[in-house]
Design a protein around this ligand. Sequence first.
Ligand SMILES: [Zn+2]
Length: 90
Amino acid sequence: MKKDLMEILACPICKNPDLELFIFDENEFEIESGIIFCTKCNRYYPIKSTIPIMLPDDLRKEKEDLEFMSQYKSIIPEKILEKGKPFPLK
Ligand SMILES: [Zn+2]
């Protein structure tokens, strides 16, 4: 995704538009992988292969989310690892 997409994104659950972006990999055009974090409801949304995956809780797959978290564990902020919804890693 392009960084300027952040300007129009909002959390799909609580509609909060103030989202934090953590970039793990990027190229000169867009973000390859990262996490979008909602500071209001504490949900995280993975960015995988340039696609932000902003699904409601009931459509998310816990195993896939935890695998993603494990993959980037060393660079994901503690607040997301420990308290990120819907599936914290710890
Ligand atoms: Zn939210």
